[in-house]
Design a protein around this ligand. Structure first.
Ligand code: SF4
Ligand code: SF4
Length: 342
């Protein structure tokens, strides 16, 4: 009877134009191979059985703890259960609130967040682009203490309100991350609950978002299923800029409404809002041929051809056809850089 090699349900394999990857989501590890090396293997590995005809490959999977062997009849049962386990459970939603010293964090914001929470949005990221009134922030977070909302606060260390923000972080367990940008150092301190106080030296700026690098890949089952079904950055994401304008993210140009004038329920139903949030990596030119497509964030705010919504993220220097990385600034079109003022 034929023996089949079956990847565990935590093993995923994706083929690109020149390279392929095998992901062990248990260990969040990614292994990359040239396609030529894998040619002898039936490499539709995105969750299929691999016939046991390559000792090298089988040994590799075995050593990394990513496969088991089964007789043919058991293999088909396994595959059915694996297909079920790939069913998509929709991702949580997050809302980004950008504040400067002119933004009034009033009840309109509270009502908006409450409506979003009912719809499953349970993460609020507060980005501080000025020295803002920290008492207002503390009052705002206190209003949601009875909900299972998690907060993240991003601020710049160049503002002098560092200690009041740390006090807020200490006061509210619902804040899972406080990060100071432009701090001149890199450090992360975790508390007993896994919450993190972080310092980074990069600036907090809307223009600095969207950089694609292997360090940002997310090799988890949750992310893979999201990227297969929707936009891996903008699905269930909504941002309110410093003027109260509602967008997909702070860097996206389209404005769908304004805080105090628009209802959350109306905005998420808008066709354009949903269209952007549903662009998958498989819809994007070049990315659809990339082995990293299901573990890579998809930036739609900065793209190679601004007039073509399905073009590749601008800030990616990877070429899936050659398998080489370069600095995205060196290979980007000058006009596109000027268009985005980068
Ligand atoms: S779409 Fe781009 S700029 Fe906007 S949040 Fe995502 S990565 Fe950042
Ligand atoms: S080509 Fe696309 S999928 Fe591949 S790394 Fe770049 S942005 Fe990500």
């Amino acid at each position: 009877m034929m023996i089949n090699i079956i990847p565990y349900s935590t093993t995923f394999c994706f083929k690109g134009a020149s390279h392929s990857i095998i992901i062990n989501t248990d260990k969040t590890k990614v292994y990359r191979f040239e396609n030529t090396y894998l040619q002898s293997i039936c490499f539709n590995l995105s969750n299929k059985v691999i016939p046991s005809d390559s000792d090298v490959f089988n040994n590799f999977l075995l050593e990394e703890g990513m496969h088991f062997e089964a007789h043919e009849r058991d293999a088909s049962l396994f595959l059915r259960s694996k297909e079920r386990s790939m069913n998509w459970h929709e991702a949580n939603g997050d809302i980004i609130i950008c504040l400067d010293k002119y933004t009034a964090l009033n009840d309109c914001y509270v009502k908006f967040i409450e409506a979003a929470y009912v719809a499953g949005f349970n993460i609020v990221q507060i980005q501080l682009y000025d020295e803002v009134n920290t008492i207002e922030i503390s009052k705002f977070i206190r209003k949601f203490q009875d909900m299972k909302l998690s907060f993240e606060i991003l601020s710049s260390a160049i503002y002098s309100n560092e200690q009041p923000l740390i006090d807020i972080f200490d006061e509210f367990r619902s804040i899972y991350r406080l990060c100071f940008f432009s701090s001149g150092k890199f450090s992360s301190t975790f508390d007993q609950y896994g919450r993190v106080l972080e310092y980074v030296d990069t600036p907090l700026s809307m223009k600095s978002c969207g950089n694609i690098s292997s360090k940002g890949f997310v090799p988890t089952r949750r992310f893979i299923t999201l990227a297969k079904n929707a936009n891996s950055c903008l699905y269930n994401k909504l941002a309110i800029d410093v003027r109260g304008c509602i967008r997909n993210c702070p860097s996206m140009p389209m404005v769908y409404g304004k805080i105090g004038e628009s209802y959350f329920e109306d905005i998420i139903k808008l066709t354009h809002f949903q269209e952007v949030a549903s662009i998958r990596k498989d819809d994007i030119e070049i990315c659809r041929d990339c082995e990293f497509r299901y573990i890579c964030t998809d930036c739609r705010a900065y793209i190679n051809k601004p007039e073509e919504p399905n073009s590749k993220p601008l800030k990616c220097g990877y070429d899936p056809y050659s398998g080489e990385w370069s600095n995205w600034r060196n290979i980007s079109n000058e006009l596109t850089m000027m268009y985005y003022d980068l």
